[in-house]
Design a protein around this ligand. Structure first.
Ligand code: TPP
Ligand code: MG
Length: 187
């Protein structure tokens, strides 16, 4: 499946949950398909969506907190997988769009073709961690993670296909932070 198709499958499944986005195309594609107040876009720093998501999940234990991550982002902050597993927020769902490249910066190959990131998450101690490769598998896998006891990890294997013409997030970092906090009643 194409990366854009994976987003098309998953975005309609969202209700009001906070979703923390990794930088690059992850932010841009999600923003293009459906901008939401409850979307936090980490528009600059790579590797930090999972740490931010962990912080939100720990502070908002009554809400399901979702992270939309990229394979390059996960590889950059692999230690965060251990930190998430060790702090074990039951309400955290970590979703990785794995296109096996750093697509946002020119599709340089990442290591995720060789290193199964869901196995790394599982060995780190995520109680649920699995991969999907087909579009039809996304909905049931997402439901399983949302209904189960987290932290949960879903690796979605996708083909790189993002369009470089896809617009950038137009909100300022301050706007992103304020509306994200307001969406959770934390403003
Ligand atoms: C600390 C840091 N290093 C490098 C970059 C440049 N950069 C932005 S997005 C990106 C690639 C992200 O790869 P991945 O998470 O796989 O997402 P994809 O672009 O493939 O969707 C890189 C290298 C950055 N923004 N910050
Ligand atoms: Mg990638």
């Amino acid at each position: 499946m194409k990366g854009t198709e994976a987003f098309k499958e998953i975005i309609p499944l969202l209700k009001g949950e906070p979703v923390v986005h990794a930088n690059g195309y992850i932010c841009r594609e999600s923003f293009q398909q459906q901008d939401r107040e409850a979307n936090f876009y980490m528009i600059g720093s790579m590797g930090l969506a999972s740490s931010i998501g962990l912080g939100v999940a720990l502070c908002q234990p009554d809400k399901k907190v979702i992270v939309f991550d990229g394979d390059g982002n996960v590889l950059m902050s692999m230690g965060t997988l251990a930190m998430i597993a060790a702090t074990a927020p039951k309400n955290m769902v970590h979703i990785v769009f794995d296109n096996q490249v750093y697509e946002s910066t020119g599709s340089q190959k990442s290591l995720s073709g060789t290193i199964p990131l869901e196995e790394v998450a599982k060995s780190s101690g995520y109680p649920m961690a699995f991969r999907v490769t087909k579009k039809e598998e996304i909905k049931p896998a997402f439901k399983k993670l949302m209904d189960g006891k987290g932290p949960g990890f879903l690796l979605i294997k996708v083909e790189p296909d993002f369009d470089p013409k896809t617009g950038r997030v137009t909100h300022t970092p301050e706007e992103i932070k304020t509306r994200f906090m307001n969406s959770m009643g934390a403003g």
